[in-house]
Design a protein around this ligand. Sequence first.
Ligand SMILES: [Fe+2]
Ligand SMILES: [Fe+2]
Length: 192
Amino acid sequence: MFLDNILKSPVCQPIKKSYEHWYTFMEENIEFWLPDSEWHTKTHCARVLLLALLIGHQKGLSNEEMDKLGMSAVFHDSRRLDDGIDKGHGARAAEYYKDYCREHNFPFDATTYYINYYHDQDDSHGFSEISKSSNISERAVLLYQIFKDADALDRFRLGPDALNVNFLRTEEAHGLVDFAKFLLQNSLESHS
Ligand SMILES: [Fe+2]
Ligand SMILES: [Fe+2]
């Protein structure tokens, strides 16, 4: 499995099962519109998945909340049309998620929908839209922040200066900056 050697490290033990579950789910079920993408590959989504679960675990999230992060990681960049900003790919990913739930009799989760929908937009806009929605809990904003931090931590794939750590939202993500570099390096080496 992708990142197998990383999963052996002690820090990953608490989230290993969850990572394996969602990684397999992605491989078996999720279709990416841009399969030849340079920057928004399934391997990017797998690293975001791992990072989101690590932050979530450190935050003490429930299993149900961890699943929302997992589901968001595997859908979030699946509906890109190009490798640029491609504003709107979040909304398309959210719709894909919603359709997927309907077609597969999968329980739909509004928080997962919103995380996908607003992950490519400014925090302030995402916060206000998520807060307006009455059918999701206050915890959704925290999950949105965790998710955006995990996505940001994988920006090192774009270049050594591509992440401005001042924009990270959570304390836990600050603590994972070196790990994110190590994770990227490791996944490039094992798949080249
Ligand atoms: Fe994205
Ligand atoms: Fe992403």
